[in-house]
Design a binder for this molecule. Structure first.
Ligand code: XMP
Length: 180
């Protein structure tokens, strides 16, 4: 599995350090708001575990699984809810935790949905941001790292279901997906 990686970008330690920094900012911004922290499955699970342990105020956790139609490396913007939230977002302050924002299509639809459901506020925390690729004006409030325009995997991010368990974020060798 490690042989499929062209370059390691961020180690577990790098990610935990950035989670600590972002967690302190989130704590300051959302103190006394009892935020509902929503993990976007499945890619954000590892980062979610890091970030919530750095949020030092009362909060609740929930999980949502959405799938964006498209091919294995690009979303189309049509978002299908695979698993919905367990609790109501009405009048709640929401923090969405994502693995990566690429075109922004998935998050744009998700934010629209939460606002339609009358969330009091919606903030976005993403481990990775690929601003070069943005086609929708989604601006995350908390960003771990900006990544180059390459397909990255690991630390929750997958290519056709694999690599989520790598303890780092790395660039996948293009020949791995070009041969599929
Ligand atoms: P959009 O384009 O809607 O995409 O912002 C967000 C979702 O697309 C997937 N994605 C990636 N997954 N490596 C991945 O493993 C990447 O480089 C990558 N770029 C986009 C991801 O599921 C994300 O939630």
């Amino acid at each position: 599995m490690n042989n499929d990686i062209k370059e390691i970008l961020y180690s577990k330690e790098d990610i935990q350090a950035v989670a600590q920094k972002l967690g302190a900012q989130i704590t300051a911004d959302m103190k006394d708001k009892n935020p509902l922290v929503i993990c976007v499955l499945k890619g954000a699970i590892l980062f979610m575990a890091d970030i919530v342990r750095e949020i030092d105020t009362y909060c609740e956790l929930d999980f949502m699984d959405v799938s964006s139609y498209g091919d294995a490396t690009e979303s189309s913007g049509e978002v299908k809810i695979i698993k919905d939230l367990d609790v109501s977002v009405k009048d709640r302050h929401i923090l969405i935790v994502e693995d990566i924002i690429d075109t922004g299509r998935t998050l744009e639809r998700l934010v629209e949905l939460l606002k339609h459901r009358k969330a009091a506020s919606v903030k976005i925390c993403t481990l990775l941001d690929k601003p070069e690729r943005r086609v929708k004006s989604v601006v995350p409030d908390y960003v771990g790292f900006e990544v180059p325009n390459e397909f990255v995997v690991g630390y929750g991010l997958d290519y056709i279901g694999h690599y989520r368990n790598l303890p780092y974020v790395g660039i996948l060798k293009p020949e791995v997906y070009e041969n599929n």
